[in-house]
Design a protein. Structure first.
Ligand code: PLP
Length: 419
């Protein structure tokens, strides 16, 4: 039986469902207690810097929301979500070229729950999900839970390669596999920070359409660009073949747990049924708070503030990489939270993590972002949360650990380094 299920001290060990085998502690969660000590610089978890959100802005929204909505805010709501907020979401999505109707939007408990519900609707055991390589760890966990096989498609500095996508589809079809959907984070992807180039977007959609493959476009970071807006959303180019997922977690705060899904009508109907069956309805309280915030504060200026904070931190992270680890290849994001770093040959980011934590710095090992066990010589740096000074200190510490590993490798060969 899988170690993931627990141990013999658990009297219910034999009672778990087969799919419970797929649940495992994430690479970072396992070290969480140590990583959250104040002396450790954590470049690991993807936490938004919510301190950049003025406290009185939320307090004002809360008071005015309770005055207007009263008991409705603490009552059950509809399974599709609050109508006023859905209308505001429509306007938000229009910023990325999307035309939509409130009828086709479903509010969810963060986009994570949207992903979970959609996976439940589409994935049978053994089905294939296509994804970027690397891909978002939280989505991979869900796909694993539904016992999908994740096929990573070659991805470079311009996002997923359309040629590689076509090749993967041909190969999988030839092998008789059922492909259920393509999962993409097209803007400032987690973990790579790369953005899918404008000219690749219609090509990817054309390939998926020709092979009758649904596209899940997961876009929590698109509005957090540093200089120029991202290309229009995939969904703006194809209304029938794309399901779009958005979230308030990164442009406002994750604590509300509010996200949204825009889906073709038939899928939307099924999604509402799945949501009602799973949780009855998303939180009316959180949705009404956000709706009030959008209606009565300058939320665009607030997003601008976030952009400024993250741009400064990205510059600090890239500056420190240049200063302390000039030989390492790293992505250079135009927005979002993440750098994706390639380590020297033979250095294993997963084996190195305990040593790094001992040196008081944490990151996420590359293996977390692949469903196939690869990614050993990669790591993700998240620069959204620590101050620029702490980021520099963290990367300086990381450089000490990596340089020590490289020295060991040079002196003793592969067996000398942590592996
Ligand atoms: C690509 C991606 N999708 C979805 C999520 C989940 O976000 P939410 O807080 O809306 O559930 C995250 C969170 O980090 C993410 O990076």
């Amino acid at each position: 039986m899988s170690a993931n299920l627990g141990n013999n001290l658990d009297p219910w060990l034999s009672a778990y469902a087969e799919r419970a085998h797929t649940l495992s502690v994430s690479e970072v969660r396992a070290l969480f207690a140590v990583v959250s000590r104040p002396e450790v610089v954590s470049l690991a978890g993807g936490m938004p810097y919510v301190a950049a959100l003025p406290k009185d802005l939320l307090e004002k929204s809360y008071l005015s929301m309770m005055e207007k909505k009263g008991l409705l805010a603490i009552q059950y709501g509809g399974g599709q979500g609050d109508l006023t907020l859905r209308d505001q979401v429509r306007e938000l999505m229009a910023l990325e070229g999307i035309r939509s109707s409130v009828e086709d939007i479903v509010m969810t408990t963060g986009s994570q729950h949207g992903l979970e519900l959609l996976s439940g609707l589409f994935i049978d055991e053994g089905d294939v999900v296509l994804a970027e390589g690397p891909s978002y760890v939280g989505a991979l966990g869900i796909f694993r839970h539904y016992q999908a096989h994740v096929e990573h498609v070659y991805t470079d500095h311009d996002g997923m390669s359309p040629e590689a996508l076509e090749e993967s589809i041909d190969r999988l079809k030839e092998a008789g596999r059922t492909i259920k959907f393509l999962y993409l984070v097209p803007n400032f992807a987690n973990p790579s920070g790369v953005t899918l180039a404008k000219e690749r977007r219609p090509k990817i959609l054309e390939i998926c359409k020709r092979h009758h493959i649904l596209v899940l476009e997961d876009n929590p970071y698109g509005l957090l660009y540093f200089d120029k807006p991202v290309p229009d959303a995939l969904r703006s180019l194809d209304e029938e073949g794309v399901i779009y997922l958005g979230s308030f977690s990164k442009i406002l705060a994750p604590g509300f747990r509010v996200g949204y899904v825009l889906a073709p009508p038939a899928i939307k109907d099924k999604l509402i049924l799945a949501q009602e069956s799973a949780i009855l309805c998303p939180s009316a309280f959180s949705q009404m708070m956000i709706s009030e915030y959008l209606a009565n504060s300058d939320w665009q200026a607030q997003i601008d503030t976030f952009r400024g904070v993250y741009r400064e931190r990205k510059d600090a992270a890239l500056g420190a990489m240049h200063e302390f680890l000039p030989k390492l290849e790293t992505t250079k994001p135009d927005g979002g939270f993440y750098l994706w770093v390639t380590l020297p040959d033979g250095v294993d980011s997963k084996a190195m993590l305990p040593l790094a934590v001992k040196e008081l710095v944490a990151y996420t090992p590359g293996t977390a972002f692949y469903g196939d066990g690869t990614g050993h010589n990669k790591l993700r740096i998240c620069y959204s949360y620590p101050t620029p000074e702490r980021i520099r200190l963290g990367i300086q510490r990381l450089a000490n650990v990596i340089n020590l590993q490289t020295d060991l490798l040079d002196t003793f060969g592969k067996k000398g380094a942590a592996n």
